[in-house]
Design a protein around this ligand. Structure first.
Ligand code: ATP
Length: 234
């Protein structure tokens, strides 16, 4: 579904991605792992057209999208839920969800999709008329994911959805991501929560200093000596 080949990206003169190649197949849940500054967010921002100083191939459903502007990439069905949620704090929960379905195809199915999002996150139904800025951190993360789903993604990209949440909420968010994936949405997830994500994903790529240093199935990487030492403290 998504094929990234030999991707390089820079901020001004500073190159931060070096020859990155990876793929996400239809229906998979794939994780990009790595420490702070490894380049995970930059990869996501390059795919969705936010970082434009780049070279290499980004192929989505057979088409090279590397040179397309962000809005065209979104209209192909790549929906990016960014780090830090970026909600509209003074709009209600329902209005935020509606903002996720502005493209014609999604707008036509708005009522049906919002019902599905409320089924997935009953707390959002309960709080649909409250301002998004008044929700707790976990509820805001649910709203950000819900807003992403409103766009009817072919590929849902999630950047550190567990950031700043309590362990109980992290567990809930991961369960919901797994549910969304099992309902047929392909997911590309960036996380620092290595143990949890490796145990639930299909495959993962490990990044260090802007390069992919390892790839494999989640369980396989959980048993890898380098991963155990560098990321799991075992
Ligand atoms: P984090 O988990 O901290 O978000 P990350 O793996 O997502 O880390 P990136 O945010 O992609 O890493 O950062 C990769 C490198 O690019 C880092 O060295 C970072 O300092 C640098 N960088 C990120 N954003 C910018 C920017 N807007 N301008 C200049 N350098 C940047």
């Amino acid at each position: 579904m998504l094929k990234v080949k030999n991707l390089n990206a820079s901020y001004k003169d500073l190159q931060v991605l070096w020859d990155i190649s990876f793929e996400v197949r239809q229906g998979e849940l794939v994780v990009l792992l790595g420490a702070n500054g490894a380049g995970k967010t930059t990869i996501l921002n390059t795919i969705s057209g936010i970082v434009t100083n780049r070279s290499g191939v980004v192929e989505f459903l057979g088409t090279d999208i590397a040179k397309l502007p962000g809005y065209k990439i979104a209209s192909q069905g790549i929906i990016h839920v960014p780090e830090g949620r970026r909600l509209f704090p003074e709009m209600t929960v329902k209005e935020n969800l509606e903002m996720g379905s502005l493209l014609p195809k999604a707008k036509a199915k708005r009522k049906e999709t919002i019902k599905k999002v409320f089924d997935l996150f009953p707390i959002l139904l309960e709080k649909q008329h409250q301002e998004a800025g008044n929700l707790s951190g976990g509820q805001q993360q649910m709203l950000a994911i819900g807003r992403g789903l409103m766009a009817l993604p072919n590929l849902l990209i999630l950047d550190e959805p567990s950031l700043g949440l309590s362990p109980v909420l992290v567990g809930q968010i991961f369960d919901i991501i797994k549910d969304i994936n099992q309902q047929g949405v392909t997911v590309l997830l960036v996380e620092q929560n290595v143990a949890k994500t490796l145990s639930m994903c299909d495959r993962a790529y490990v990044l260090e200093n802007g390069r992919v240093i390892m790839e494999g199935q989640g369980q396989e990487l959980l048993n890898n000596e380098h991963i155990k030492e560098a990321y799991l403290g075992i």
